[in-house]
Design a protein around this ligand. Structure first.
Ligand code: HEC
Ligand code: HEC
Length: 255
C-alpha cells in the first residue's frame, strides 16, 4: 500500500521535475544569449567612449590623433592586425597598455568583464570583419588576360614616365609600396608585389583603382587630373612592370 503510494507520487512528480529542468535549461540558454548581446552592446559603448578617439569609429586608426602619435594608433582592420591580434593579446594590451606608446593601460579604469567586452567588439567589428571580396578572396585570381575598359590600350612607356614622376614617391620605384613618402602615411601605399595585389590587379582593376583612388587614404582619384588614356597608360605600366612579372615568378615557384 505504502510502496505503491510512493511510486504513484514519483511518477506524478517525474513529469513536472523534468519539465522544470527543461525550462531551467532553456532559461540558461536564453540568459547566456542575452549576456552575449549585452556584452556586444557594452563593448561597443566602451569603444565609442574610450577608444574611438584614437582608433577611429571604424577601427581603422583614422582619427584626429593619427598624425600626432608615433607609433600611430593601431588599425584594427589591417591584414597585419588580423595576423597579430589574438584575443589574448588584445586583452593584455588593453589591460597593461603598450609601454612607450600612447596606448595606456586601462586595467585600472575598466573591469575584467568590460575589457573582455571591448576586446570582443574589436575582434568582431573590426579584426575579423570580412574584407571586400577583391582583397580577401585568396583562392581566386582575376583574369590576367583581361584588357583595359572602354577599348583603351595603354602605352607603358608614357605610363612609366608618369609613374616615376607621380606615383613612385608613394608606391616606390620598384612597386613595393616603399616610396620616400610611404613612411609618413597611413594606410600604407599599396605594395604591388604583395600576393593579394597579384591576385587582384589585372588591367581593368588597376584602371578603376587608379581612376577612383581610395577614400580615407592618401591615394588620389586620378580621374580628376588625368584623361582615360593617361590612366590606361599608367595602369599598363604598373601591370607590365610589377604585376605580370611577379605573377609569372610566383607561378614558376609553384611548379
Ligand atoms: C590616446 C590614444 C589611444 C586611446 C584612447 C586608445 N588607444 Fe589603443 N592604441 C593606441 C596606440 C598609439 C597604439 C599602438 C601601440 C603600438 O604600436 O604598440 C594602440 C594599440 C592598441 C591595440 C593593439 C596593441 C597590440 O598588441 O599591438 C589594442 C588592442 C588597442 N590599442 C585597444 C584599445 C582599446 C580597447 C582602447 C579603449 C579602451 C584604446 N585602445 C584606446 C592609442 C590609443
Ligand atoms: C600620396 C601617396 C600616393 C600617391 C602619389 C599615389 N598613391 Fe596609389 N595608393 C596610396 C595609398 C596610401 C594606397 C592604399 C590605400 C589603401 O590601402 O586603402 C594606394 C593604393 C593604390 C592602388 C590600389 C587601390 C585599391 O583599390 O586597393 C593602386 C592601383 C594605386 N594606388 C596606384 C597608384 C598610381 C598608378 C599612382 C600614380 C598615378 C598612385 N597610386 C599614386 C598612396 C598613393
Amino acid at each position: 500500500m505504502r510502496l505503491s503510494e510512493i511510486s504513484f507520487f514519483s511518477t506524478r512528480l517525474s513529469m513536472p521535475v523534468s519539465r522544470v529542468l527543461y525550462l531551467f535549461a532553456l532559461g540558461l540558454v536564453c540568459a547566456t544569449a542575452d549576456a552575449n548581446a549585452a556584452d556586444a552592446g557594452r563593448g561597443s559603448a566602451i569603444y565609442a567612449k574610450s577608444c574611438s578617439v584614437c582608433h577611429g569609429d571604424r577601427g581603422d586608426g583614422n582619427s584626429w590623433a593619427k598624425g600626432q602619435m608615433r607609433p600611430p594608433p593601431r588599425d584594427f582592420t589591417s591584414a597585419q592586425a588580423k595576423a597579430e591580434l589574438t584575443r589574448e593579446r588584445i586583452i593584455a594590451s588593453i589591460t597593461h597598455g603598450r609601454p612607450g606608446t600612447a596606448m595606456s593601460a586601462f586595467g585600472s579604469q575598466l573591469g575584467k568583464q568590460d575589457i573582455e567586452a571591448v576586446a570582443e567588439h574589436i575582434l568582431t567589428a573590426f579584426v575579423a570583419k570580412p574584407r571586400p571580396p577583391a582583397q580577401t578572396d585568396t583562392t581566386r585570381s582575376a583574369d590576367m588576360s583581361a584588357s583595359m575598359p572602354n577599348r583603351l590600350s595603354g602605352d607603358a612607356v608614357k605610363g612609366g614616365r608618369f609613374y616615376m614622376g607621380n606615383c613612385a614617391t608613394c608606391h616606390g620605384a620598384r612597386g613595393d609600396g616603399q616610396g620616400p613618402r610611404a613612411y609618413f602615411i597611413n594606410p600604407k601605399p599599396r605594395n604591388f608585389l604583395h600576393p593579394d595585389a597579384l591576385r587582384q590587379f589585372n588591367r581593368p582593376a588597376l584602371f578603376h583603382a587608379i581612376a577612383s583612388g581610395k577614400l580615407g587614404s592618401e591615394m588620389p582619384a586620378w580621374k580628376q587630373v588625368l584623361s582615360e588614356q593617361e590612366i590606361a597608360d599608367v595602369a599598363e605600366f604598373v601591370f607590365r612592370q610589377f604585376i605580370r612579372p611577379a605573377v609569372d615568378k610566383s607561378r614558376e615557384g609553384k611548379k
